[in-house]
Write a protein that binds this ligand. Structure first.
Ligand code: GRF
Length: 187
């Protein structure tokens, strides 16, 4: 059975691109976003991959948005959901439906610096080493069990942008390795 991977992304999608450029990319069957202007959607189009947008502005409540997202996810029939720069909290209904099959990549060494500003928080705190984490998604924010991590030294003069770009180099490799192992296990 060939695995079916759905990637969720809100931004530039360079992690999505790393997956698409790897052997695991053949298993990526769809890309979903919460915003129509995510460059990740253009990457999907260029790769000839299905894409959907489920935007909160189109729903009356967070619960309705989650229901809409769950419907779009179910239509893809994914074996694995990869959150790669998806900047929305995935609701409990979706977690329950796909528990153990949703992973996320975070640009810090969880449990340190969870949340939307992990790179900045590590820099402001003054740690000397940060990094990235691939973990299972559970009902919390960046609290699911850790699958893999990579350490990245903070260098003098680092800005949030320079540090994040250096972390993403490691993040792309870590995510490709984890996804490759997970779908290899599913074959
Ligand atoms: C990644 O660092 C991810 O961990 C964070 O957002 C970034 C997404 O990068 N949540 P890109 O959009 O894939 O380039």
């Amino acid at each position: 059975m060939t695995s079916r991977i759905l990637v969720l992304a809100s931004g530039s999608g360079s992690l999505l691109q790393a997956l698409l450029d790897s052997p695991a990319g053949e298993a990526v069957v769809a890309v979903g976003s919460d915003t129509a202007d995510a460059f990740a959607l253009q990457r999907a189009a260029e790769a000839g991959i299905a894409a959907f947008t489920v935007s909160p502005v189109d729903f009356d409540s967070r619960a309705d948005w989650n229901a809409g997202l769950l419907a779009a996810i179910r239509a893809v029939e994914p074996d694995l959901i990869v959150s790669a720069g998806f900047m929305r909290i995935i609701g409990a209904e979706i977690i329950e439906a796909y528990r153990g099959r949703i992973i996320n990549t975070h640009p810090a060494l969880l449990p340190s610096f969870p949340g939307a500003h992990g790179v900045r928080d590590a820099l402001v705190y003054g740690v000397k080493v940060t990094g990235c984490t691939v973990h299972f998604v559970d009902e919390g924010v960046d609290t699911g069990s850790v699958i893999a991590q990579a350490a990245v030294a903070i260098e003098p003069g680092d800005t949030e942008e320079s540090l994040h770009e250096r972390i993403k180099v490691h993040e792309r490799r870590l995510l490709v390795d984890v996804v490759t192992q997970m779908i290899g296990a599913q074959q």
